[in-house]
Write a protein of this length. Structure first.
Length: 503
């Protein structure tokens, strides 16, 4: 902390003005102030819930408590479970809570459809540890380098491919960021285009199977998991294509954004090397054939497809690690990670069902449906309104809280407007993906910013957080175009699911 200099001629005397407060103390004061306000709000909502209020007011108090707990950074499952059971107690008393506690934990997760969750989680973790990322990036670079912005296009396509085996947006962006950003900077790309290409490369991650968010949505909306996973394929491919187009347009029309020669690679890759690189990523098409082909053809249910894919991923890890070693360690780490992740997912589903029961008993769900009906909104007008709502929620919420907060309330409205629940799953998940780019939360933007702080990634160039958010905003118009296409052409999402026998 610095102090004010003493006036000239009065050396050693106390400054007339107090020394300025240092940044650390100021930030600490702000943090404690915000914490204090949140605690006061939390206590106020607890008190309000046990006052003689109308059921709708009690439900609203529970939702405010949930948002407050989210801002206090409690685990998402607990932020739903605590207000939900408090609301149930305030609405119906001790017997209702006891009945819910005795039945919900088992009945909510003891479902055949949810058995796909550990299968897909295990597959994703094992494939992640097999080391496919660098090979996917090499394939995309070899085959697409001739396009304007070739390195950025290759990064985007590699992200779509990696999504099919990881199902993690942040994981995909993290892996590609460490590989792709320094390569693009060396080639003369503007740092914002390099960052933007990596950010949008991860966006298909929760749309293309396997997708835990789509599985969770299926559990919330009570729709078949297999059909819900298939409903994400069309939008996921659309996202990858349109963002690839956006990168090409930036390279062609943006002055020096993609470096010399509009970002086209001047390297001549022999056909032998191209074909060899394809062979090195054979697990990706194999797994896609097992998962998507199996479900589309009716050979596999969603759970059986997940189990077959998990078994294939075990074989891939054993083959991939046979020379470098560490195969059994990778399998052990994947198994432990699967148990931890699945436990968290199932606890989350318990919280979702408890929240849904509380909102139904309080009348909020039906009240919201009546409000929308009173506004006389059509399907398109309602969905455009939801785009605005989700963009606003994304400014301070992550995708998962957004989904679990809104979907249980919206289901009666969706049914009244004849909006396909399968379609709305893909729509909600994509809007949640946009949320992880939005300031001030912007989880994905923060991940990318942490990556570009590494000198090996930024090549000695300072890249502030502002540049990361600017890079995200460059691609926002294309993201909105994706949403509008989904709204006006819902068949993009529902075609595969409507023409399959997947369960």
């Amino acid at each position: 902390m610095t102090t004010a200099a003493a006036p000239a001629g009065n050396a050693g005397t106390r400054p007339l003005t107090p020394p300025p407060v240092g940044p650390s103390r100021r930030h600490l004061f702000r943090a404690w102030s915000v914490f204090g306000v949140l605690v006061v709000v939390l206590l106020g909502t607890v008190a309000a819930m046990f006052m003689p209020l109308k059921p709708q007011a009690i439900g609203c108090a529970a939702l405010v408590m949930m948002l407050t707990l989210l801002l206090l950074r409690l685990p998402v499952a607990l932020t739903m479970i605590i207000p939900s059971f408090a609301g149930l107690y305030a609405l119906r008393g001790e017997k209702t809570v006891a009945s819910a506690l005795s039945s919900l934990p088992y009945h909510q997760v003891a479902s055949w459809t949810l058995s796909v969750v550990p299968m897909f989680v295990l597959m994703g973790l094992l494939m992640w540890r097999s080391g496919l990322t660098a090979n996917l990036y090499a394939v995309a670079r070899h085959w697409l380098g001739w396009l304007p912005g070739g390195l950025a296009v290759g990064t985007n396509v590699a992200g779509a491919g990696l999504s099919t085996v990881s199902g993690s947006t942040t994981g995909t962006a993290y892996a590609l960021g460490r590989i792709g950003i320094p390569e693009m900077l060396k080639a003369g790309y503007d740092r914002r285009l390099a960052i933007g290409a990596v950010i949008v490369a991860g966006l298909p991650g929760q749309l293309i199977p396997p997708s835990i968010l789509l599985v969770l949505y299926a559990g919330i909306a009570e729709v078949p998991v297999g059909k819900q996973l298939l409903a994400g394929i069309g939008p996921g491919i659309l996202v990858a294509i349109l963002f690839t187009l956006a990168i090409i347009l930036f390279a062609v029309f943006g002055k020096d954004l993609a470096g010399p020669n509009r970002g086209r690679s001047t390297e001549t890759v022999p056909w032998k090397e191209k074909l060899t690189s394809l062979v090195q990523v054979w697990p990706v098409p194999v797994l896609m054939l097992v998962i998507v082909g199996g479900m589309l053809s009716g050979i596999f249910t969603a759970t059986e497809a997940g189990a077959a894919a998990a078994l294939c991923s075990v074989g891939v890890v054993l083959l991939w690690k046979r020379k470098t070693g560490g195969a059994f360690q990778a399998l052990a780490d994947g198994a432990v990670g699967t148990v931890s992740t699945v436990g968290a997912v199932f606890l989350l589903l318990l919280g979702v069902e408890a929240l849904s029961r509380m909102m139904t008993l309080s009348g909020i769900s039906n009240g919201f449906a009546d409000l929308i009906a009173g506004m006389e909104l059509g399907r398109v007008e309602f969905l455009l309104l939801m785009v605005v709502v989700y963009l606003l929620l994304g400014a301070f919420m992550d995708p998962l809280p957004m989904m679990v907060l809104t979907v249980p309330i919206l289901i009666p409205t969706l049914e009244s407007l004849d909006i396909s629940l399968l379609w709305f799953g893909a729509f909600t998940v994509f809007m949640g993906e946009l949320a992880i780019l939005s300031p001030p939360v912007g989880v994905l933007a923060m991940v990318i910013h942490s990556i570009v702080k590494d000198p090996e990634v930024n090549l000695g160039r300072k890249i502030p957080l502002k540049d990361v958010f600017v890079a995200s905003l460059w691609f926002l118009p294309m993201a909105i175009a994706v949403v509008l296409l989904l709204i006006f052409f819902p068949e993009i999402s529902t075609f595969l699911s409507d023409n399959s026998s997947a369960g």
